[in-house]
Design a protein around this ligand. Structure first.
Ligand SMILES: *Cc1c(COP(=O)(O)O)cnc(C)c1O
Length: 423
């Protein structure tokens, strides 16, 4: 039984399979009402870090909920938020000293965009009002976040209303040389830097655009061009943050400090909504004044929710207690072994692995996200106890960190069999 009133996200309700009712989630698994156990192959839309209902996180939520629920954050502070800020400062580069809290990834991006625009104008560069964005980028579903995303089916229906950005070309070939990623960008920034406030990108992996991997060197060169031309750099690590790529943050692979860092999905271990936009002393300083009109005009009802903050602090504890990099290495190794086997069976040419993320593209008649050929794959693998949700023809796994090597290898063979036999 399911309600006819619910309108599901990213779902064509007329043709979609009816939703499966879940009653429990634990570790790497989801449990259905009809008694099936499913491996959560995509960490529930890229959120879950150490596993569903991790006892440390669940306890922190329960105990904070009993003590203090939501309070207005403009006038007050509290230990969960203070502690969270401390933890964030410890895992990020030293120049990122300021933490602005909000409650979802799109909003973390909006905050960075607004801060960048206002900072430029308050630092005496009022002509800097444009953003450079990359093809295939995805930064969220709110209007600002859609504006800075690449043109895609996600934002096409709203195209006329979105604000203008300068789009830099981006290759989808993960083996392409660094210059293919950088040359168009370099040209843009040299030509237009006087009107460019900032550049936004997903370092290392463009997620929703199709799990497109960038070489760390390309991102490094982009960062140094930004620096050279006095353009602010925004890293959207909403997906790549919190261990997903094998290190705590994608920027740890790159060795670059951006002016803004957006984090969300894995921040609370995936348990509750929360996000942060971190920035530097220089940006923060641009908002300080004896008059109020230079303050940052932004805040949400649920800013700094103590329960979410407590969950995030507990998530940090679990990162410290577990030898998490070891788990991530094991998952990465299992991905590599499995894809090596599948490569030959399915003649895949673009298998790619980075930490817990592994993907390949199936050659289909249409590359489009809207192609329904692969919807069947979700249905077929569900029968074998695996939940996945391909992005168009991009098949990927991104399991929680507690997933065993056996489970990863089984998942890939379920996918391989489904493709070979049923599609
Ligand atoms: C998911 C995602 C977002 C949007 O986060 P929401 O919490 O869904 O609003 C932004 N950027 C990236 C890179 C994402 O993967």
């Amino acid at each position: 039984m399911h309600s006819r009133s619910i309108w599901r996200p990213y779902t064509q309700e007329r043709i979609a399979a009816p939703p499966v009712e879940l009653v429990k989630a634990s570790g790497a698994h989801l449990f259905t009402k009809s008694g099936q156990k499913l491996l959560d192959g995509i960490s529930s839309w890229w959120l879950i870090t150490h596993g569903h209902c991790h006892p440390r996180i669940t306890e922190a939520i329960a105990s904070q909920a009993a003590k203090m629920d939501q309070v207005i954050f403009a006038n007050f502070t509290h230990e969960p938020a203070e502690e969270l800020a401390e933890q964030l400062i410890q895992i990020t580069p030293p120049d990122l000293t300021r933490v602005f809290l909000s409650d979802n990834g799109s909003t973390a991006v909006e905050v960075a965009l607004k801060m960048a625009l206002q900072a430029c104008s308050q630092l005496g560069q009022p002509n800097k009002q444009m953003f450079v964005t990359f093809e295939h980028a995805y930064h969220g579903d709110t209007v600002g976040a859609m504006s800075v995303s690449g043109d895609s089916v996600f934002n096409r229906p709203y195209g006329k209303t979105l604000f203008q950005t300068i789009k830099a070309k981006q290759t989808t070939l993960s083996t392409a040389p660094t210059k293919d990623y950088v040359s168009d960008f370099e040209h843009i920034i040299e030509e237009h830097h006087e009107e460019i406030a900032g550049v936004i990108l997903e370092p290392l992996i463009q997620g929703a655009g199709g799990m497109i991997f960038w070489p760390p060197d390309a991102v490094k060169q982009i960062a140094s061009l930004c620096h050279k031309h006095d353009v602010l750099l925004i890293f959207d690590e909403v997906m790549t943050g919190f261990g997903r790529t094998g290190k705590m943050l994608a920027l740890d692979h790159i060795g670059v400090t951006p002016d803004f860092l957006c984090l969300s999905k894995g921040l609370t271990g995936g348990s509750l909504p929360l996000s942060v936009t971190m920035t530097t002393e220089k940006i923060y300083g641009a908002f300080l004044d004896s008059k109020k009109d230079k303050m940052f005009f932004h805040g949400h009802s649920f800013t700094g929710n103590p329960i979410s903050c407590a969950a995030a602090v507990a998530n940090f504890q679990v990162f410290k207690e577990n030898n998490f990099t070891r788990n991530l290495e094991l998952i990465e190794a299992a991905h590599n072994r499995s894809l090596e086997k599948l490569k030959h069976k399915l003649s895949i040419r673009d298998a790619r692995v980075c930490g817990t993320v592994a993907a390949f593209n199936l050659p289909t008649e249409s590359d489009s996200y809207l192609s329904s050929a692969l919807d069947r794959l979700t249905t077929v693998t569900l029968e074998s106890g695996l939940f996945i949700r391909p992005l168009g023809n991009t098949i990927y796994l991104m399991p929680p960190f507690c997933t065993t090597q056996d489970e990863v290898e089984t998942a890939w063979s379920v996918i391989g069999d489904a493709i070979l036999k049923r599609l």
